[in-house]
Design a protein around this ligand. Structure first.
Ligand SMILES: Cc1cc2nc3c(=O)[nH]c(=O)nc-3n(C[C@H](O)[C@H](O)[C@H](O)COP(=O)(O)O)c2cc1C
Length: 265
């Protein structure tokens, strides 16, 4: 089992300490788990330029693709991803947000359907629940099959000491994450994930090659059998979720008749 740890914090502080505890618990589950680390602070990723090239032309046209692509490839190579970042102002820190901005195109064109995630955050007192939930939602929007969260109030600026309760919570979360990856079982997506997936699927027709405002979305949804299914083919989808997804697909088709996203040529 291969697990990638992405550190979205600007230092190895309280959150990293907690993340290393989770790593120890995962190694107790199996000493064969292999870890790779990426520290966003070391990558000097410039701020997203807002050029929208990723949406329109494809993410390989991002001016920072040489950096972003390496992280995307690492995610592909691993079975699970642990995202570790502190809570600032009740949210993820700017370093993490900048990385997330570079992957926004993935909400239009998701991937990573067989990957499982875990988001870890510490906060002084409040806000870690909000920040981990938000990041887990983003990862599910990228296609992650499921995403666990571990929000912890450290009650410390730089001297976090794990309580017995935190240790129990971390161990239980690490076990659930491990067992889920180990099972290789793919869960059906939630209704909240099926809505954007199928709206983009339905709206894609107006952006296909040769159309007035062609984008990479048009090309992506035409590939394989994506247009035919309410979610990626490798993920099982019960009939009622298929119907629900297809309803939003039709809504997307109707909406796109009244609204075309334009751009300067
Ligand atoms: C810029 C900044 C913003 C913070 N915002 C919050 C906050 O919104 N709520 C809170 O309870 N603690 C807040 N804190 C405290 C940190 O979340 C807390 O100390 C956390 O454990 C730091 O993790 P780290 O050591 O991994 O950086 C903030 C700290 C900093 C430096």
């Amino acid at each position: 089992m291969k697990i990638l740890i992405i550190n979205g914090g600007s230092r190895l502080g309280n959150t990293w300490k907690l993340t290393m505890l989770v790593k120890e618990y995962l190694l107790l589950e199996s000493s064969k788990v292999e870890f790779t680390e990426i520290h966003l602070k070391d990558l000097n990723l410039p701020f997203c330029a807002g050029c929208s090239s990723c949406f329109r032309k494809g993410h390989v046209y991002c001016p920072h693709n040489s950096i972003v692509q390496k992280i995307m490839d690492k995610i592909e190579e691993n079975d699970g991803v642990i995202f570790s970042a502190p809570t600032y102002n009740l949210q993820m820190p700017a370093l993490t947000k900048n990385f997330v901005d570079h992957l926004c195109f993935m909400l239009h064109r998701p991937r990573y359907f067989n990957k499982k995630g875990l988001v870890i955050s510490t906060t002084g007192g409040v806000g870690a629940g909000n920040s981990t939930k938000n990041m887990a939602g983003t990862m599910k929007g990228w296609g992650f099959n499921c995403c666990y969260t571990l929000p912890i109030s450290a009650v410390s600026w730089n001297n976090y000491v794990e309580t017995e309760k935190h240790k129990r919570k971390s161990e239980a979360t690490a076990r659930k994450f491990y067992e889920d990856i180990q099972s290789k079982k793919l869960h059906a997506p939630s209704y909240a994930i099926l809505i954007p997936y199928n709206l983009f699927r339905g709206m894609s027709f107006d952006y296909v090659k040769e159309s007035e405002y062609a984008t990479q979305d048009g090309a992506f949804w035409q590939e394989g059998n994506r247009l035919k299914r309410a979610y990626d083919a490798i993920v099982p989808l019960p009939i009622f979720k298929r119907l629900f997804g297809n309803m939003f697909y039709l809504l997307g088709r109707i909406m796109s008749k009244h609204m075309i996203v334009t751009y300067k040529k």
